[in-house]
Each structure stands twice: as structure tokens, then as C-alpha cells.
Design a binder for this molecule. Structure first.
Ligand code: AMP
Length: 196
């Protein structure tokens, strides 16, 4: 399994990426979690990233690609992964493509977790209250959605062109979304057997 989960903030892709990774023995790679760990550790990278994150803006591509390169090259065994929250720009997607080529690996799926704007507002404002996450304050939620629409949504067409894109409806229960993802994983296994 070498997957990307794509979707707006609050789509539940983080929850699903964790479930997939543990079920399919793959690494869960979340750039958001990696950045929050850097902040918690008080590293220079964390201090730099925090300014962008607090505003709801994206951390510069170069910083993210360097972090991902380290993480991907450190993978062992089957080098299976589920990417969560990366790539978020076309530049990051191009960088990933080059890195995987160098490693002689390829992506097998990009899954868009679809959730309406209305539902996302509800979920993110709820999360801000529950977790007190500084990047989820009300106006930051709006900014994160705008950034998603402008910078990340173009990746849907990018991966569709490469024939990698699939969709799941993210407005179902966690278990139903996971069921849909498992079905996609099964499809892919069947196709692989057919091709070989
Ligand atoms: P997330 O937990 O994935 O929603 O990420 C939280 C915040 O971290 C985002 O709003 C961005 O500021 C930053 N971030 C996470 N992943 C990336 C990425 N791939 N590119 C740029 N910024 C990122």
C-alpha cells in the first residue's frame, strides 16, 4: 500500500489514515503531526513552522519536502505508507514524484475524502472548542479552507490525470468510510493480480 489520502481539513482523513496504516502494515506519515512534534520539541524548524500554522497558512514547500525526504528514505521493509496532509501543493506533488522515482517506488492510489463545506465548518469549530488547538480558532478555520481550495484542491485533477484518483464519501460514520477504503484496497489487489 502506497497511498495518499487527500481531503479538506476536518474530512477525517487523519483518523482513516491511521486505521489504514495499522491494518495494512504501512507507515502513517502526517506532516501536520510531524510539525506539531517539532513545535513541542522547541526546534528551530518548529519555531519557523508555527508562524505559518497559527495563521492557517502552509509551511513553505522546501521545508516540507526536506522533512518528507528524511521520513521516506528512513522507511524499511516493504516501504508501504499512507500519506496524510501531504502533498498540499503542486510543487510538493512534483517533489514527491521525483523522490519516489529515485527510490524506484510508485504510488498506487490517491483517495479523495469528500465532505461538504458546511459539514467541515461544523466539525472544525467543534474541534477548536474541544482541543483548544490554536490553529482551529474560528477565522483560522476559514483561512485553512481557503488555502485548501486554492492550493490543494488542484491536486485532485493532477492525480486524476495520472489515473490514480478514487473518491469516498467522508460524511458517513468512521466505520463506513473505513469500509469504503478497504474495498478500494481490495480492488487494487484484484487488479494487480489481473495484470501479473
Ligand atoms: P494538518 O494537521 O495536516 O491539518 O496540518 C496542520 C497545519 O500544518 C496546516 O494548516 C499547515 O499550516 C501545516 N502543514 C501540514 N502539512 C503541510 C504540508 N504538506 N504543507 C504545508 N503545510 C503543512
Amino acid at each position: 500500500m502506497r497511498w495518499i489520502l487527500l481531503g479538506p481539513p476536518g474530512s477525517g482523513k487523519g483518523t482513516q489514515a491511521k486505521k489504514l496504516a495499522s491494518s495494512y502494515n504501512a507507515a502513517h506519515i502526517s506532516t501536520g503531526e510531524m510539525l506539531r512534534a517539532e513545535i513541542a520539541a522547541g526546534s528551530p524548524l518548529g519555531q519557523k513552522a508555527r508562524q505559518y500554522m497559527d495563521r492557517g497558512d502552509l509551511v513553505p514547500d522546501g521545508v516540507i519536502l526536506e522533512m518528507i525526504r528524511e521520513r521516506l528514505t528512513g522507511l524499511n521493509g516493504g516501504r508501504r505508507f499512507v500519506l496524510d496532509g501531504f502533498p498540499r501543493t503542486t510543487e510538493q506533488a512534483d517533489g514527491l514524484r521525483r523522490m519516489l522515482e529515485e527510490m524506484d517506488l510508485s504510488l498506487d492510489r490517491v483517495v479523495l475524502v469528500e465532505v461538504s463545506d458546511e459539514e467541515i465548518h461544523k466539525r472544525l469549530c467543534g474541534r477548536a472548542r474541544l482541543e483548544g488547538r490554536s490553529d482551529d480558532a474560528h477565522q483560522v478555520v476559514a483561512r485553512r479552507l481557503e488555502v485548501y481550495r486554492n492550493q490543494t484542491a488542484p491536486l485532485v485533477a493532477y492525480y486524476e490525470q495520472l489515473g490514480l484518483l478514487a473518491h469516498v464519501n467522508g460524511e458517513q460514520s468512521i466505520e463506513s468510510v473505513f469500509g469504503a477504503l478497504q474495498e478500494l484496497a481490495r480492488d487494487r489487489e484484484t487488479n494487480d493480480r489481473g495484470e501479473n
